[in-house]
Design a protein around this ligand. Sequence first.
Ligand code: ATP
Length: 236
Amino acid sequence: MPLLEVTDLHSGYGDLPVVQGVTFTVDEGEIVTIVGPNGAGKTTLLGTLTGLLKAWEGTVSFGGEDITKMAAHERPEAGLVMVPEGRKLFPFMTVHENLLLGAFSKRGRRQADQSLAEVYDLFPILTERRNQLAGSMSGGEQQMCALGRAVMTRPRLLILDEPSLGLAPILVERILDFVRKLAETGMTILLVEQNVHDALEMANRAYVLEQGKVVMSGPGKELLARPDLQEAYLGV
Ligand code: ATP
């Protein structure tokens, strides 16, 4: 059984349909990535998965349970956790305090000490910066802190919305390396990413979203090899 199973999902804003019949799955231990042009509906799709937006039609099932109508604030407790675009740390709190706030879930609280040790081990830069105000760090460091904070929640599925957005190319590589490292610890990851080449390369499976619909899907490396994808997304 997939960990996440999305079936014929529709959602949008007011009368405007954006997500128009999306079906996909994420299995335990996979990195699944969603790519597509600006305005394709990727962020809207993620908002519907996390419950910030209502599903108009279709179902979202997580760990075998239908969560289509579950309140947004209950979803992290169930293990579905998103790092939103733009990071959203508490700028006037230290890195350490931001990380501890990640352990708000019941699962997170029980394992807070162990998680902290793991996060500091995974992201040594955060150990160096633990007493620094989060808002005073560079964009890349803030993104690592946001990833670390999400790990503190002990997610069963970690959803990342464009983690490399706005970062210099060298930092993009570092952030994506961290995502790979997280995946190697067994974390299941759903990744929306602008860097189509990197995203497909690291994904077990990928979906291409255009105008609210899935237009291609398959193993990341298989999609990367397709001439139609290369032409549309990689300027080949
Ligand atoms: P990007 O890569 O630019 O973030 P995206 O694939 O994430 O694009 P969405 O942000 O989901 O796309 O936007 C899909 C469509 O929904 C766009 O046409 C956008 O204008 C519209 N839209 C997004 N947010 C809202 C909103 N709050 N109210 C009305 N329309 C919105």
